[in-house]
Design a protein around this ligand. Structure first.
Ligand SMILES: C[S@@+](CC[C@H](N)C(=O)[O-])C[C@H]1O[C@@H](n2cnc3c(N)ncnc32)[C@H](O)[C@@H]1O
Length: 279
């Protein structure tokens, strides 16, 4: 019989997850948290969740164990060409504008980031759009995906997807960029090579250290799982990552309106996004 998650254990776990990763586990998610932590508690043969938390905080192997636990706690739901209106604004307005700025600055490539990239669907969608917009213009896009979940990053690097990942996509688009492979769809290597994936924690100021300034960041359906302090920390970190004059897209249910931020909202029909002012 697995142990219950006591009031104190629940409080300590939810505080630790919020402080370390920004993730909010409110009282309504208590049973989900218990069920998702229990396989690791059992695998480590620990009698209580308090011991599991101690292990995650102080054990010499804690980094490895944290990765395993996080794979159970994060939601990696994603699909290609999600939230079409935002992608239309990206294709028709934002990408041409940043390509122009880059060319004027003597750059031949634009930097695009999918922050919270899950299995790579968003990063590769952006790589496809950039390929179509920039083709023949002497410019290219370097796309980076960042995620906390190393299993999701592995899936992204593999570039193999089931039908479910294409629920927002016309078959003709899928057939242009994917080949069938043992009942799944394999992304064309030329698009796969335009994106790279790396591990990072968006609420930790260290995560972006190795990245060049980004022209556009998509961070969609990530902060919806954060507490208010987590949103603020992630938004501050993203501000540092976005080049002055560059852009940030959040998911349609997400906003920066409840936190202090220097990002300026830009409103278009069906899409709100943010700009870091040009300095
Ligand atoms: C629901 S998916 C969103 C995927 C994609 N952006 C989209 O909109 O389709 C959320 C992703 O955010 C990642 N994530 C959650 N907290 C994170 C953090 N603190 N740092 C980096 N990634 C995080 C999760 O691992 C998960 O893959």
């Amino acid at each position: 019989m697995p142990p219950s998650l006591t009031d104190d254990e629940f409080r300590l776990f939810s505080e630790w997850l919020a402080d370390t990763y920004g993730l909010r586990f409110g009282p309504e998610k208590r049973e989900i948290l218990r069920a998702r932590l229990d396989p690791r508690r059992a695998a480590l043969n620990l009698p209580t969740f308090e011991r599991l938390l101690f292990h995650l905080r102080f054990h010499p192997d804690r980094d490895q164990e944290r990765l395993l636990v996080l794979s159970h706690l994060t939601n990696n739901e994603s699909y290609f060409f999600r939230e079409r209106k935002q992608l239309d604004v990206m294709r028709e307005e934002v990408l041409p504008a940043i390509a122009r700025q880059a060319r004027q600055a003597g750059r031949r490539s634009v930097q695009i980031l999918s922050a919270g990239s899950a299995g790579g669907e968003e990063a590769y969608t952006l790589a496809i759009i950039a390929r179509e917009v920039l083709r023949g213009k002497g410019m290219e896009a370097a796309v980076t995906g960042v995620d906390l979940d190393t299993r999701a990053l592995e899936r992204a690097r593999e570039g193999l997807y089931r039908d479910h990942a294409f629920r927002g996509v016309e078959p003709a688009v899928r057939e242009r960029y994917f080949r069938t492979d043992a009942g799944a769809w394999r992304l064309d290597s030329s698009i796969r090579e335009a994106a790279r994936f790396q591990h990072g924690n968006l609420v930790d100021p260290q995560w972006s250290g190795s990245l060049p300034p980004q022209d556009v960041v998509f961070c969609r359906n990530v902060m919806i799982y954060f507490d208010k302090a987590g949103v603020r920390r992630a938004a501050d970190n993203l501000y540092e990552v976005v080049r002055p004059g560059g852009f940030l897209f959040l998911g349609h249910a997400e906003t920066l309106s409840r936190i202090p931020t220097r990002f300026v909202p830009v409103r278009r029909p069906g899409a709100v996004f943010y700009q870091r002012p040009k300095e």
